[in-house]
Design a protein around this ligand. Structure first.
Ligand code: SF4
Ligand code: SF4
Length: 403
């Protein structure tokens, strides 16, 4: 694609990078075929090719309108288009640059800004989030259906975190919302790893991976979370005490793998950020390298449908590992149509773009339910809660089936 990016934009690192990415695009439009939002609206500007044009125009000096921002906001950042693109266009990175540029040139409405701020504060202030969830669970029956669907019925009875120390250790990222909503996911992970002779370390000072702030235009805040994690993990890394950094949420894993790129211009953090990204592994990637853990083989789960999150299959380009682990442990997997498409969760998308998120969820569930599974499993807390809000079939994290 020919570009005429302004000199001012070409002088920035983001502008140079965007120019490089844009030049790979041959505007063939193949990517539209697998774009969930294009499939819903049929509007070219709700597909990757249209969004690429919008970003190009802004880089070339055109003032972005509110509509430009709306079309970029409607993108799920599912990166399905990257998987489909025959020219290797790095759309995910381009849309990040485009959103950042548009957010500096186009002020959001007060309502929109408030909503985004409220979501960030709620998700990222652990005591506030924990208290809100506890109150919501106690009055769940009185809540409007739309909110009730998102709140797990009652706190789960907690699995026991293993006490055994092992020479092999990994760092387990707790994330922001998962400990309050589904604390057994990390506990199940620690139990499975313990059976493999690996100790999962919790570093309480580490927190959100930075993804929530990054996707809500709060870039300095995102860098603050990232640097805090690096600072708190570094003593374990520099002393070679841990062999990996693991997240049980694919959305966090994909963000940590980007730390090196996100802090590439920061002299103080650049090399440590790159090392952290190198050490980060998705849970499925790590478990697939180990033998099947003792006690995991059983067929008791019945028919299992695995929904692969976009941050696993497109963001990290990891496919088939969860399925192999589950099959090797005796689970009966069922296939369903359109497993490559986003379920509509996409981080905070299901809150900020509710209508499209629910349309995508219902379409996904229709396909899954037609395979008649007894349980649906996934690999990301956001997908788990979003899917559970639309079905009576239990939705769980896949690692919980191995305990
Ligand atoms: S991003 Fe890729 S698939 Fe989409 S229009 Fe450009 S070259 Fe074609
Ligand atoms: S990231 Fe997903 S929603 Fe966004 S343009 Fe690509 S395929 Fe469409």
């Amino acid at each position: 694609m020919k570009t005429s990016i302004t000199h001012a934009n070409l002088e920035t690192d983001d502008g140079k990078e965007a120019n490089r990415i844009l030049r790979n695009c041959v505007h063939c439009g193949f990517c539209n075929a697998t774009c969930p939002t294009y499939q819903l609206t049929g509007d070219e500007l709700d597909g990757p090719r249209g969004r690429i044009y919008l970003i190009k125009q802004v880089l070339e000096g055109r003032q972005p309108s509110r509509l430009t921002q709306t079309h970029l906001d409607r993108c799920l950042t599912c990166r399905n288009c990257e998987t489909t693109c025959p020219s290797g266009v790095d759309y995910g990175h381009l849309v990040d640059i485009g959103r950042k540029l548009v957010s500096t040139q186009n002020r959001r409405t007060i309502t929109d800004s408030f909503k985004r701020l409220a979501v960030r504060k709620l998700f990222l202030t652990r005591p506030l989030f924990n208290t809100t969830i506890a109150i919501a669970q106690s009055i769940r029956a009185l809540l409007p259906a739309a909110i009730k669907q998102k709140i797990p019925a009652k706190p789960q009875p907690l699995l026991h975190w293993p006490d055994t120390e092992h020479e092999r250790k990994i760092i387990l990222l707790p994330g922001c919302v998962q400990p309050a909503l589904q604390p057994n996911i990390d506990r199940a992970t620690a139990i499975v790893l313990d059976r493999l002779g690996i100790q999962a370390l919790r570093i309480p000072q580490a927190g959100c991976c930075g993804g929530v702030s990054h996707h809500l235009d709060a870039y300095d805040e995102a860098h603050g979370y990232i640097k805090n994690n690096i600072d708190n993990w570094w003593p374990y890394i520099e002393n070679n005490q841990v062999e990996a950094i693991i997240s049980t949420a694919t959305g966090c894993a994909v963000t940590i793998k980007e730390y090196g790129r996100m802090l590439a211009e920061d002299d103080a953090y650049q090399s440590r950020a790159a090392r952290v990204s190198e050490l980060c592994k998705d849970l499925s990637e790590y478990v697939a390298e180990q033998p099947i853990p003792q006690g995991a083989v059983s067929t008791s789960a019945g028919k299992v449908a695995f929904h692969p999150p976009c941050t696993l299959q497109h963001g990290q380009q990891i496919r088939g590992k969860v399925e192999s682990i589950l099959q090797a442990s005796g689970k009966q997997l069922v296939a369903f149509q359109e497993s490559h498409l986003c379920c509509g969760s996409a981080g905070t998308y299901s809150i900020l773009q509710k209508t499209m998120a629910e349309q995508l969820r219902d379409r996904k569930l229709q396909h899954i339910e037609s395979a008649q599974p007894d349980v649906i499993v996934t690999a990301n807390i956001g997908c788990l809660l979003h899917l559970q809000s639309g079905t009576r079939i239990p939705v769980r994290h896949w690692i919980e089936l191995l305990v």
